[in-house]
Design a binder for this molecule. Sequence first.
Ligand SMILES: [Zn+2]
Length: 297
Amino acid sequence: MWPTIAVVPFLLFAALIDPERSPASVLSRTPTSFGHVQVDAADVAAAIVEGEAAHVTARTVLGLADVRFDIVEAQDSPRRFGERSSEGVPTYVWPFRQSADGRSQPPPAYLLRHEIGHDLFIRYLVPSTGSSQYGGDAPDWLDEMAAIAFEGEPLRSLRRRSIVHVAQEGKLIPLHRFLNMVHPEMAAGSIPDTDGRLGAAFDPASDETASFYAMAAAFYEFLVARTENAAIIADLAAVVRRGEPVEPWLLARTGYADAARGIDALDRDFQNWIASGAGYGGPSGQRATRTNEPCSR
Ligand SMILES: [Zn+2]
């Protein structure tokens, strides 16, 4: 079975943290271009890579000029993910460190920027005013797209191979439904209510989860290609904040405002783009191997 990767916020990290760990050592606080990292010496480089990537993407994709945050070892912090520090800066706690007895493995550090993307999007672009919903008040696909836009290699290449597979299996979700659906894991009841902790990777409970994530990734790159606007997500967030419907705006921006059944025409364009080789379904994409999968589930 094609490996799926799905990254959601708001799952408990409790299972990843050894409750019988020895008392924490005092970690040094390292200044960075985005704020600080406070992790084990062996994890400083990985934390800075994630933080710098998120800092750049926040500017280029979300339009946040110089967002400030700290990255802290979860085992040494009582804070929840995104909780503000005493200095008022969002703190992203992440379990870089392996548990002392080796019973649990920390999640790959490269998933951190996805979770930072979720938090920044909800914090600054489309906050949540309700409960029992996925992410903020934005449509669920847009919440997920914003986080996926923060991902680097190798997740990006995995997503690209995934959409080719989803298309070949005939499991693309019709665009009209994709733009209006509840996150499949939320619909399946597999995402617990938020308590500010979060998890990284999980085994999907819904058959549609792989398609949902692959489509969120592909539709983002499709929209950037069609609009030549890398900050299309920031513009979409502004549409949501104004309380305007997203679908007509998307049709207008992609040239389908006057088309009969415009959403179906946009859907066909999207499917053809996946199959055309414009970064996804062409010969090189079809020959993509499955080696070096970052996620072995
Ligand atoms: Zn996510």
